[in-house]
Design a protein around this ligand. Structure first.
Ligand SMILES: [Zn+2]
Length: 61
């Protein structure tokens, strides 16, 4: 019997949204991220970015 086990890797991501222009940016999750955490300034309008979503994407090898 051949048993092959697929390895699953979950890569966590954070989605940030600008409070002013609503620009969305997705980036890799950083330690300490949580929903509604204030992060960087928006690159287009200099508004305050907030983490609006944290999710994991599953990759199979
Ligand atoms: Zn903005």
């Amino acid at each position: 019997m051949i048993f092959s086990k697929k390895k699953e890797i979950v890569e966590p991501y954070s989605v940030e949204e600008c409070g002013s222009c609503k620009a969305i940016s997705k980036r890799k999750f950083k330690e300490g991220d949580y929903i509604f955490k204030s992060t960087d300034k928006c690159s287009s309008c200099n508004g305050q970015m907030l983490v609006v979503k944290v999710f994991g994407e599953v990759f199979k090898e």
